[in-house]
Design a protein. Structure first.
Length: 182
C-alpha cells in the first residue's frame, strides 16, 4: 500500500531548487518546439546521443543500440533517484516516454503524469513508473549537469555516465541531440 501525495494532472507543490533543475531540462520544451505527435511504440534504431557544451564542443557521443536512454538524477528533497526515460523516433527527436522514481511522491510532486504511478516491473531499477501527461518530442534537449543533482546518463549495456564530470571545467549546461549513426 502506498500514499499518493501528488495529483494525476499537475504539479502538487513544486520545490524551488528541484523545480529550477526540472524547469531547465523539461521546461525548455516550450521554447524548443515540443511536438504534439503521438509517442512512438518502438524507438528508431541506429542513433547516437551527442552532448555538446554551450560553445558547441562535443563532450559526449554515445551509441544508442536500442534507441533508448534515461537521464537519472538525485532528487534534492527526498535524496532518492528519479529518471526521465527517452526514445529516439524516426525523425531523430528525443521523445519522453516514461518517468520513474524510487519514491512515488517524486512523480506526484515534480511531474505532470497521465495516470497514477504504478509499481515498476521487477527488473526495473526504480520502484515507481508513470507516463508523462502530454507527449514531449524535442530536437534538442538542454539540461544542467551539476554535482548537486548528480545527473547521469543511462544507456543499457554501458556503465552510467556522470554528466557533471563532463562539465566540471566549464559551464554546467549541456545540449543533447540524436544523430544518425554512421
Amino acid at each position: 500500500m502506498y500514499f499518493w501525495r501528488g495529483r494525476v494532472r499537475g504539479l502538487a507543490r513544486p520545490r524551488p531548487l528541484a523545480g529550477a533543475v526540472l524547469a531547465l531540462s523539461l521546461g525548455a520544451i516550450a521554447l524548443l518546439g515540443a511536438s504534439s505527435a503521438a509517442v512512438p511504440a518502438e524507438p528508431a534504431l541506429g542513433w547516437r546521443l551527442v552532448g555538446r557544451a554551450e560553445g558547441g564542443q562535443v563532450l559526449l557521443n554515445v551509441p544508442l543500440p536500442d534507441g533508448r536512454f534515461a537521464l537519472r538524477y538525485r532528487n534534492s528533497l527526498y535524496g532518492s533517484l528519479a529518471e526521465e526515460r527517452f526514445s529516439v523516433d524516426a525523425a531523430g527527436q528525443l521523445v519522453l516516454v516514461e518517468l520513474a522514481a524510487d519514491e512515488v511522491a517524486v512523480l506526484g510532486e515534480y511531474y505532470e503524469v497521465a495516470e497514477r504511478p504504478r509499481p515498476a516491473s521487477s527488473p526495473d531499477a526504480r520502484a515507481w513508473v508513470a507516463p508523462p501527461a502530454a507527449p514531449v518530442a524535442l530536437a534538442h534537449l538542454p539540461l544542467l549537469a551539476t554535482s548537486h543533482g548528480q545527473r547521469t546518463l543511462v544507456v543499457e549495456g554501458r556503465p552510467p555516465i556522470a554528466l557533471w564530470h563532463l562539465t566540471a571545467r566549464g559551464s554546467a549546461r549541456l545540449v543533447f541531440t540524436a544523430e544518425q549513426a554512421r
